[in-house]
Design a protein around this ligand. Structure first.
Ligand code: FAD
Length: 394
């Protein structure tokens, strides 16, 4: 049966385990409860099984939140270097893939093992298969939990139940429900880092190119990302699209630069001088996947020999190549999303302790909070940093 604890953490994921480690190290009696059959399922499935556990270039600018300043304090006090030091202490081999993204050489299981070993070393207990039925405030800094494994009391309650993505992995809206119960504002949630879908003509024009990938710079609502774009059976994916999906709202169009880093007009003019007899589709086929160049010239651009374009026509072609307009019909939703945007409003939380401004002893950390990172290890860094901040305070 469960015994009372100083601190109960709800959710044995990235943020919850880090919080337990930090609080346990300060001598707190910590109990972590999770309804799933094993801990850290998202860590296990992350980074294609190798866990992109941090990003060495993490800055507050890599996060979306209604209050972009909220994440600063926690990120400054627990940095990628702090997490890397823990990884190295445990002898876990890792490498940088690209853009500061660090992955395990072997397996994300090593990260879960490391967190459980660290938690055990400071005496923090972890219970799986534990459903939380109700949380009642008993008095100042005193909460009572009714769970499938019994009732217990605690002086601090940390909510680390994550977002809504991948429901099959134990995601639930429980954290949001608890926030509302205690009078917190929950900002509208939506899927982030998610493939975008197309419908109608655009889908018909691209569908049979599924599997094809190209380097682009995808832009929307003031943000842009240069990386690979992948055509899928339902629409568009790949890192550039996943990144921009977090900035996309229904109805917005994407601007996709198909010649990233090039001045499209100057490039076309140079091609015109060098290869006047060649058709546009052939010229584009030298720098884009051939079938994509072909389709572009069937559906979006007029293709004829380069020498036949007037300067004004060339500028029009350049404009389409630099900002190929695509209007997604939606996203693939929480089923495949890596993160959930929105969540517990940071206005109700202290940025240094993650504690509720009006319910002393109640904290919210990790993805349940309205702080969402880019693709590339930033979401785990937020989980570690916010977990550590709360663990220092409870
Ligand atoms: P989680 O890690 O999701 O943990 C929440 C925990 O709470 C879970 O164990 C869950 O079972 C438990 N829980 C939920 N509801 C209840 C309840 N009612 N009662 C009890 N327990 C409950 N980010 C990166 O930085 N790098 C990556 O490589 C990466 N890859 C990803 C790949 C995939 C496929 C997905 C889906 C996400 C990936 N992410 C990655 C995002 C990252 O996994 C999350 O942002 C991060 O796990 C959030 O940490 P968290 O502790 O807040 O929540």
């Amino acid at each position: 049966h469960l015994t009372d604890a100083d601190v109960v953490v709800l959710g044995a994921g990235a943020a919850g385990l880090m919080c337990a480690i930090a609080a346990g190290a300060r001598g707190r009696r910590v109990l972590v409860l999770d309804h799933a059959n094993k801990v850290g399922k998202k860590i296990l499935m992350s980074g294609g099984g190798r866990c992109n556990f941090t990003n060495t270039g993490t800055t507050p600018a890599n996060f979306l939140s209604v209050n972009p300043h909220f994440c600063k304090s926690a990120l400054a006090r627990y940095t990628p270097a702090d997490f890397i030091a823990m990884v190295e202490r445990h002898g876990i081999a890792y490498h940088e893939k690209e853009l500061g993204q660090l992955f395990c050489d072997e397996s994300s299981k090593q990260i879960v093992r490391m967190l459980l070993d660290e938690a055990a070393a400071v005496g923090a207990q972890v219970r799986t298969h534990c459903a939380i039925d109700a949380v009642e405030p008993v008095g100042e800094r005193h909460f009572r939990l009714r769970t499938s494994q019994g009732t217990l009391d605690c002086g601090a309650l940390v909510v680390a139940t994550g977002g809504l993505s991948i429901p099959s992995m134990g995601a639930s809206g429980f954290g949001y429900q608890l926030a509302r119960q205690f009078g917190h504002e929950v900002l509208a949630t939506r899927a982030g880092l998610v493939p975008l879908t197309l419908s109608g003509r655009p889908l018909e024009r691209l569908q049979d190119l599924a599997g094809l990938s190209l380097q682009v710079e995808a832009g929307c609502n003031g943000a842009s990302f240069r990386n690979a774009m992948l055509v899928t059976h339902r629409g568009l994916s790949g890192p550039a699209i996943l990144q921009i999906s977090s900035y996309w709202q229904p109805g917005d169009d994407l601007r996709i630069d198909l010649l990233p880093g090039e001045d499209a007009n100057a490039w076309l003019a140079a091609r015109q001088r060098a290869r006047g007899e060649a058709e546009l589709r052939t010229v584009l086929g030298d720098v884009l996947p051939r079938r994509f160049a072909q389709r572009l010239c069937e559906a979006w651009l007029p293709s004829r020999p380069m020498k036949q374009y007037t300067p004004a026509q060339l500028r029009e072609v350049a404009a389409t190549l630099a900002a190929w307009p695509v209007v997604p019909s939606g996203t693939e939703g929480y089923r495949t999303a890596e993160v959930t945007l929105g969540g517990v409003d940071t206005a109700g939380l202290s940025s240094s302790t993650m504690m509720s401004r009006h319910v002393p002893g109640l904290h919210f950390i990790g993805e349940v909070v309205d702080v969402t990172g880019w693709l590339g290890g930033y979401n785990f860094q937020w989980a570690w940093a916010s977990g550590h901040a709360a663990g220092q305070a409870v």
